[in-house]
Design a protein around this ligand. Structure first.
Ligand code: CUA
Length: 341
């Protein structure tokens, strides 16, 4: 009975606290599969070493234990060249067995496929605390949600706009640090099947590091092209002309919708089609489960951005002169700004 709480704790650790979609144990692409193979190889070696070492220790403990009536000091042995060579050679061999495939894969996965004509290029720029994705060949920029064609090489060029972050999609592979300009990193991933994968920032980067999630939506080629076309459609603005003007002057000085606005903040084109608000899961932001943001999700965020995501650089809309009613209208507009794809 005493073992029960301990076993429960182990089960929790092994289950990764229930986030199956964040597990490296369910690879959905060749890179993640290769990385899992390495994990399996190193765990197998560790298990063999553990069994052998524990076995020898147990054998020695039993075989050479002090027997009844045995009072004299046993024979003292000092040094044994043969044994010393064996127990130096075995670990060396094991390290080699581990190092060869590891080094191979490190170079293979960090290979620069940026100039591969087959690859879909995505520039990843990390910010405190959001992700910017630019598709140079498609002329599209988005945030938080990466849309990629399934089965194709996606060549990433990674850098940061501020501090170090790390780009990681557990089911597809990773992770790769985003460094400042001059130390750009490259990585290539492939998604084997159409699905939505969860990405995480894997480098402690500030108070809202834990809210730096993103999505990778792998879709078929036709859907991807549709998405690109939808992203390039003329900007949709709030219906009310006065509010649209206010939205342009204030929000679009940092954010962009369609072909309008700036690039300081996350691109908002089609934000109503995403699965997060400010990269926070919808049921985490207002206890409202679902896959598309609702007006309530947006209101929650816009009314008190610092309370929802501490340390983010968005000004409070109220400080910019938006009334509660206007915030609700903007929230409604954003939640309904969906992309047709
Ligand atoms: Cu960005 Cu942690």
């Amino acid at each position: 009975k005493r073992l029960l709480p301990l076993m429960a704790m182990f089960a929790l650790v092994l289950s990764g606290c229930g986030r199956e979609d964040l597990s490296v144990l369910r690879p959905q692409g060749p890179v993640a599969q290769g990385q899992l193979d390495l994990i399996k190889l190193s765990i197998s070696i560790m298990i063999v070493v553990m069994v052998v070492v524990f076995g020898i220790a147990a054998y020695v403990l039993v075989k050479f234990r002090r027997k009844k009536g045995q009072d004299e000091i046993p024979e003292q042995v000092e040094g044994n060249h043969k044994l010393e060579i064996i127990w130096t050679a075995i670990p060396l061999l094991l390290v080699l067995v581990l190092a060869v495939p590891t080094i191979q894969k490190v170079f293979a996965y960090g290979a620069n496929d940026w100039n591969d004509p087959e690859a879909v290029k995505v520039e990843v720029t990390s910010h405190q605390f959001w992700w910017e994705f630019t598709y140079p060949d498609h002329g599209v920029k988005t945030a938080q949600e990466l849309v990629v064609p399934v089965g194709k090489k996606i060549a990433f060029q990674l850098k940061t706009n501020d501090v170090l972050h790390s780009f990681w999609v557990p089911s597809l592979g990773g992770k790769m640090d985003t460094n400042t300009e001059g130390s750009v990193n490259y990585m290539t991933l492939v998604a084997d099947k159409a699905d939505t994968y969860i990405g995480k920032c894997a480098e402690l980067c500030g108070p809202s590091h834990g809210f730096m999630e993103f999505r990778v939506k792998a879709v078929d080629d036709a859907t991807f092209e549709q998405w690109v076309t939808a992203m390039k459609a003329p900007a949709v603005l709030p219906a009310d002309a006065a509010l649209a003007e206010k939205f342009k002057t204030n929000c679009l000085s940092c954010h962009a919708v369609g072909d309008q606005g700036g690039a300081m903040g996350p691109n908002l084109t089609g934000i109503g089609s995403r699965e997060t608000v400010a990269s926070i899961l919808l049921n985490d932001i207002s206890g409202n489960p679902g896959t598309k943001p609702t007006k309530d999700n947006m209101v929650e965020w816009l009314m008190e951005p610092q309370a929802v995501k501490p340390g983010n650089t968005m000004p409070n809309p109220k400080d910019l002169g938006f009334s509660d009613e206007e915030i609700e209208q903007i929230a409604d507009y954003l939640a309904n700004y969906k992309l047709d794809y």
